[in-house]
Design a protein around this ligand. Structure first.
Ligand code: GLA
Length: 384
């Protein structure tokens, strides 16, 4: 019996055999703040995630037990409201609610939840929670509902129920990831391609450093950036009436972008060059050219730092320290920014030197203890 089965029996002794699901967090390799501009992203699902064990209970109540918080919560399927006191349950509630809005007949259930995605670090613990919930609900009720529709449903749960205006990248990566692959996603058409990651075979590791700076400003700044991107589109439409979003503006228009008011020019330049970096980066990866791919990572950071202005001194310091370690191919902040994590491509033989020097210097300069994770590309959400 797995730990989760045993925990389920312990917390819900009267319930039947549980169904087990797991959904991963993600680290974004390239393509930051491009998803809500209908652009390109390149995340990979990681080997940290959320696991759930659940069974229908024949009642009208959803009973949740979080092993991480050692907390219990219940709500009636009849009236699903957001909770101000048990905030951790809102992701689960939101996904339930979204299914109900589509007229799926939600039943009561017992569910145990456990996770190991660092929270508030930009590694999409909330997307993992939403996707795990959706996959569990679909399995328990035997609903026929397509994976991509399910991704969209979880994004609506996050946007409308939890109230965070995120794009679609995180949920998509958590659902569709594959072992040893990263996911190239077109956020307009939702066409995607799983691209093999040659990091390990070439002796490199995807290393994530948690700055331990909580992403304080993130919500308001995120919304401001979205607005600025829309404003840039409106102004650019005067010259380019056919464009719908910054996705439609290629690098050949960088000159035109220079004519936008200062801040908007910077924001638009980031998105336009970042989309291009994703397209180029994928070509390089397919050709096995990790040096060029690594340089694209660092260029992405510079653009996020100076043009999109979503980095912070601690993330910039982690990138500088990482790039000083011999053999490191590239480094950048990952996720929404204003704290959270960096991602770097580090030679495997340098891993201990990397951890030692970067965390030591970071501690000396910030008084913060960075945490390091080495992730491999992992499967997306699945039944266990
Ligand atoms: C957060 C959002 C994503 C995406 C990134 C920035 O992770 O949830 O949708 O916008 O920020 O790339």
């Amino acid at each position: 019996m797995t730990n989760m089965q045993a925990e389920f029996k312990r917390r819900f002794p009267l319930s039947g055999e549980p169904t087990l699901v797991r959904a991963p967090g993600r680290v974004n390799l390239l393509g930051e703040h491009t998803d809500y501009n209908e652009g390109f992203v390149f995340p990979m699902a990681i080997d940290a995630g959320i696991t759930m064990a659940g069974a229908l209970n024949g009642s009208g109540l959803v009973n949740l037990y979080s092993l991480d918080y050692d907390a219990k919560a219940s709500f009636p399927v009849e009236e699903i409201l957001s909770s101000t006191t048990e905030k951790w349950t809102n992701y689960f509630r939101g996904v339930c609610k979204e299914f109900q809005l589509l007229d799926f007949a939600l039943q009561g259930m017992d569910v145990v939840i456990q996770g190991n995605v660092p929270q508030g670090a930009g590694l999409s613990s909330s997307a993992a929670l939403e996707v795990a919930t959706a996959v569990l609900l679909r399995a328990l009720h035997g609903w026929d509902y397509d994976d991509v529709d399910l991704v969209k449903l979880t994004q609506r749960a996050e946007n409308d129920f939890v109230g965070v205006a995120s794009g679609i990248m995180d949920q998509f990566a958590s659902m569709m990831g594959r072992k040893d692959h990263a996911l190239f996603l077109d956020c307009r058409s939702l066409d995607y391609e799983l691209i093999p990651t040659p990091f390990e075979e070439q002796g490199y590791a995807v290393v994530v450093l948690n700055s331990r700076v909580q992403r304080g400003l993130v919500d308001s700044a995120y919304n401001t950036r979205r607005q600025e991107c829309n404003d840039a589109v409106k102004l650019l439409q005067r010259e380019l009436p056919a464009i719908r979003s910054l996705r439609d503006v290629g690098v050949e228009y960088l000159q035109l972008i220079q004519n936008l008011p200062g801040t908007l020019a910077q924001r638009a330049r980031h998105v336009v060059t970042e989309n291009d970096r994703v397209l180029q980066g994928i070509k390089w990866l397919k050709a096995g050219d990790l040096d060029s791919f690594g340089r694209a990572l660092t260029a992405s950071h510079r653009s996020l730092q100076h043009d999109f202005e979503v980095s912070c001194p601690e993330l910039d310091l982690l990138v500088e320290l990482a790039l000083k370690v011999p053999g490191v191919l590239g480094s950048r902040m990952t996720g929404a920014g204003f704290g959270g994590c960096t991602v770097s491509l580090v030679p495997r033989r340098q891993l201990s030197l990397f951890e030692e020097t970067v965390t030591k210097d970071y501690l000396a300069q910030t008084n913060l203890q960075a945490e390091m994770y080495v992730f491999s590309a992992s499967p997306g959400a699945r039944l266990l």
